[in-house]
Design a protein around this ligand. Structure first.
Ligand code: ATP
Ligand code: MG
Length: 642
C-alpha cells in the first residue's frame, strides 16, 4: 500500500487526516479540493473503514470514476467497493432495493429529461389545458419546486410564463403524470432524489440506509440543491463523519435550484464543524489566477479567499479581437495546431462556450482543417432519434409497462403507425406479461384487418429478439438493428444513413460489456461515460462551461465573449443571475493551466445582416494590465495576428 499523503501540502494533509467529524472545506478553483477528497477516502480506508461503507457523492459519473481510479491506485482492488457516483446514480442504486415502499417494482425504469417530458405529454394529452399553459413550463416548475424544496405555488408565482391562477390545472396535470409514472413503472431523475429522501423519513429503511455507511463525502458541494443537501444531512446524521468541499465562487446551478445556502448554513447545521481552507492554486499560472481573482472580486456575497498560484509564471492571458465568429474559429484552429507543434497535445486543449449553439462554427472550422475534436455538449449520442429507438427496445425489455418505449419499437415496423400501435399496445399492455403475450398469443384476430399482415412480421422478429435474450442484450440489439433499423435508415436517410448505423453498432458493442439489460440502461441513463469509448485518442475538447467544471486543460479558448453571449441576456435586474454568469466566467478561466485566450467577435453576420457586438463586461471590468491584446487582420480573415 502506498502512502496516501505524499504530494499534498500541509493544508491538504490537515484535511485528509482530520478527525471523523463534520468538515467544510471552502476553497478556490484548482486548490486541490477534489484531489484532497480522494486522498481522504484512501485515508479513511487505511484507518479502518471498509470501502463499501464509504459514500462519495460527485457531480458527474466521470468524476466518480476518476476518483475511484485514484483510490484504487492507492489501495488496490478494494477501492472498487467505494460507493462513488452522482446523487442520481446512487439514488437509483439504493432504490432498486427499496422501490416497493412506493409501489414500484425493483426493475422500474429511469427516464432522462426528454423521455420525462414525453411521458408528461402523453399522460396529459386528453386534458384541455388553456393555450398559455405550456407543458414544459409545468414540468420545469414542478421539478424546481422539488429540487429547491419550495412550494409549487411560490415557484409558479415567480415563473415568467405561468400564473398562480393556473395552479388547479397544474396540480391536475402533475397528478396525471405521477400516476402515469407509477402505472408504467418509470421514475424520472427527480424521483431518484425524492424517493431517496422519503426513504430517510421511514422507520426501517432510514436506519438501514444510515447504518450502511460510516463516512459521507461530497465534492462540488456549492452546487447541491436543497433536496440533495437534506439527503446528505440525513445520511450523515448519526456518525457525523461528513466531509464536503466546494467553492462558492463556482456555484453555477442556481437556475436549477442549487442553493449556496447549503454551504453558508453548514456551520449552523453542524455547530461542531471545522471550516478548513486551501489557498494554493496548483493548476494555473499566476497570470491566470490574478485574472480570475480580479474578475470574481466584482461579485457581492461570497466567502473571502486569497488564491495564490504555486506555478511558475506563464504567458499573459490574451484578448483576441476578431471580426466575427468565423474568424474566431479560424484563429482557434490555427492556434490549436501551433500549440500542438510546440508540444501541447490536442487533448490538453479545450474550446469553451456559454451555449452549445456557439460550437457549430468551431466544429466546421476544425473539421475543415482536419483537427480531431470531441464535442461534450449538445444532444448526447443517446438522445439522437435513431439511437433512442434502439434503446426503446431495451427499455421495453427492462420494463414491459413502459408505454412510450413499446410505441417507439412498434412504429419502426413497416405499415405500423400510431393508430396500429394504439391497437396493439391496447391489447398487449393489458396482459399480465406483455412479452409473454407477444410471443404466445396471436392477437391478429383482434386487430383491424389492415394491420394484421404487418403485425405478423413484426411479431416474428420481436419473438426472435426476445428469444435471443439468453445470448445477452447486445445480441438482441444487433438483431433488431440489422433487420429493422438499418434497412429503415438506409431508406429514409440517403445522406448519412451509414453514420447513423455506425452509432447503433457502437452502442451494441458498448452493451456487450454488461451482464443485464437493466445494468446497461442504468449506466446509459445516468452517465455521460460510455460515449467516451468512441472518442478519438487525441482530440480538442469542445464543451459548455457548465460541463467543464472540475476539469483542466493546458490551453483554453473561451469564445463568444460579447454582451448577450457571455453574460447571456438572461440575468434579471436584481443582478443575481449576473453574479452567476460571472461565477461561470470564473469557472471558465480557471480551467486553463497555462494558455488562456478570451475571444471576442465584434460583429454577428446572422441572416445576411451585420450586427455589432460589444465586448463582454467581464473583459472590460478586468481593468488594465491583465491581458495581451491581439487584433486579427480584418481583410484576410485568415486568423493571422496583427
Ligand atoms: P476545481 O475547483 O476546479 O474543482 P480543485 O480544487 O478540485 O479544482 P483539483 O482538481 O483537485 O482542484 O486540483 C487541481 C490541480 O492541481 C490538479 O492537476 C491536481 O493534480 C493539482 N494539485 C493539487 N494539489 C497539489 C499538490 N499538493 N501538489 C501538486 N499538484 C497538486
Ligand atoms: Mg474539483
Amino acid at each position: 500500500m502506498r502512502s496516501t499523503t505524499s504530494e499534498l501540502d500541509h493544508e491538504q494533509r490537515a484535511v485528509v487526516a482530520a478527525p471523523r467529524a463534520p468538515i467544510l472545506i471552502v476553497a478556490g478553483a484548482g486548490t486541490g479540493k477534489t484531489r484532497t477528497l480522494t486522498h481522504r477516502v484512501s485515508h479513511l480506508v487505511e484507518s479502518g473503514i471498509s470501502p463499501d461503507r464509504i459514500l462519495l457523492l460527485t457531480f458527474t459519473q466521470r468524476a466518480a470514476r476518476e476518483m475511484t481510479e485514484r483510490v484504487i491506485a492507492h489501495l488496490g482492488d478494494p477501492g472498487h467497493a467505494v460507493w462513488a457516483g452522482t446523487f442520481h446514480a446512487i439514488g437509483a442504486r439504493l432504490l432498486r432495493s427499496y422501490a416497493h415502499f412506493f409501489g414500484y417494482e425493483s426493475d422500474f425504469s429511469i427516464v432522462g429529461p426528454r423521455d420525462a417530458q414525453r411521458l408528461f405529454s402523453s399522460a396529459t394529452q386528453d386534458v384541455p389545458v388553456p393555450e398559455h399553459i405550456k407543458l414544459e413550463d409545468v414540468l420545469s416548475c414542478y421539478s424546481l419546486s422539488l429540487n429547491a424544496d419550495r412550494d409549487l405555488s411560490e415557484v409558479v408565482d415567480s415563473s415568467r410564463r405561468l400564473k398562480v391562477s393556473d395552479l388547479a390545472w397544474i396540480d391536475h396535470l402533475i397528478d396525471l403524470y405521477i400516476s402515469a409514472k407509477m402505472t408504467q413503472q418509470v421514475m424520472d431523475y427527480d424521483d431518484l432524489l425524492t424517493y431517496w429522501y422519503l426513504l430517510l423519513g421511514q422507520d426501517g429503511p432510514r436506519e438501514e440506509l444510515i447504518s450502511s455507511f460510516d463516512a459521507v463525502l461530497v465534492d462540488e458541494y456549492q452546487d447541491v440543491c436543497p433536496l440533495q443537501a437534506r439527503i446528505v444531512d440525513a445520511m450523515a446524521r448519526d456518525h457525523g463523519n461528513l466531509t464536503v468541499v466546494g467553492d462558492d465562487c463556482q456555484a453555477i446551478y442556481g437556475f436549477r435550484g442549487a442553493d449556496i445556502g447549503a454551504i453558508l448554513g453548514f456551520g449552523e447545521r453542524y455547530p461542531d464543524a471545522s471550516l478548513m481552507h486551501l489557498q494554493t492554486n496548483y493548476r494555473s499560472s499566476p497570470e491566470i489566477v490574478a485574472l480570475a481573482n480580479r474578475s470574481i472580486s466584482h461579485n457581492r456575497a461570497q466567502y473571502s479567499k486569497t488564491l495564490m498560484s504555486a506555478r511558475g509564471s506563464g504567458p499573459k492571458p490574451t484578448l483576441v479581437d476578431a471580426s466575427d465568429a468565423e474568424q474566431v474559429a479560424q484563429f482557434v484552429a490555427h492556434r490549436v495546431l501551433a500549440l500542438r507543434a510546440e508540444g501541447v497535445p490536442l487533448m490538453e486543449q479545450a474550446v469553451l462556450y456559454r451555449t452549445h449553439s456557439q460550437a457549430r462554427v468551431i466544429q466546421l472550422e476544425l473539421q475543415r482543417q482536419g483537427v480531431p475534436f470531441t464535442v461534450r455538449s449538445g444532444v448526447r449520442v443517446f438522445d439522437r432519434p435513431h439511437v433512442r429507438t434502439l434503446l426503446a427496445l431495451c427499455r421495453a425489455q427492462v420494463n414491459p409497462w413502459d408505454h412510450n418505449a413499446w410505441r417507439d419499437v412498434v412504429e419502426t415496423f413497416d405499415g405500423l403507425g400510431p393508430v396500429a400501435a394504439d391497437h396493439i399496445l391496447g391489447i398487449l399492455l393489458n396482459e399480465p406479461d406483455p412479452w409473454l403475450a407477444l410471443v404466445e398469443r396471436d392477437i391478429r384476430e383482434d386487430l383491424p384487418a389492415r394491420f394484421r399482415g404487418d403485425w405478423a412480421s413484426a411479431r416474428t422478429l420481436l419473438t426472435e429478439v426476445r428469444q435471443a435474450a439468453v445470448h445477452g442484450v447486445s445480441r438482441q440489439m444487433a438483431i433488431y438493428c440489422d433487420r429493422v433499423l438499418a434497412p429503415r435508415l438506409r431508406r429514409d436517410f440517403t445522406e448519412d444513413a451509414e453514420e447513423r448505423i455506425a452509432d447503433l453498432e457502437s452502442l451494441c458493442r458498448a452493451a456487450s460489456g454488461f451482464e443485464t439489460t437493466s445494468q446497461f440502461m442504468d449506466a446509459l441513463t445516468l452517465s455521460e461515460g460510455l460515449k467516451e469509448k468512441d472518442e478519438p485518442d487525441d482530440s480538442v475538447v469542445l464543451s459548455t462551461v457548465h460541463r467543464a467544471k472540475g476539469l483542466e486543460w493546458a490551453s483554453v479558448f473561451l469564445v463568444g465573449l460579447y454582451e448577450g453571449g457571455f453574460p447571456l441576456w438572461s440575468y434579471d435586474d436584481r443582478g443575481e443571475n449576473l453574479d452567476e454568469e460571472r461565477r461561470l466566467f470564473y469557472v471558465a478561466v480557471t480551467r486553463a493551466t497555462r494558455w488562456l485566450y478570451l475571444c471576442h467577435p465584434w460583429s454577428d453576420q446572422a441572416n445576411g445582416q451585420s450586427k455589432s457586438l460589444s465586448t463582454s463586461r467581464f473583459i472590460d471590468e478586468l481593468g488594465s494590465g491583465m491581458l495581451d491584446h491581439w487584433r486579427l487582420d480584418q481583410s484576410e480573415k485568415s486568423g493571422d495576428l496583427k
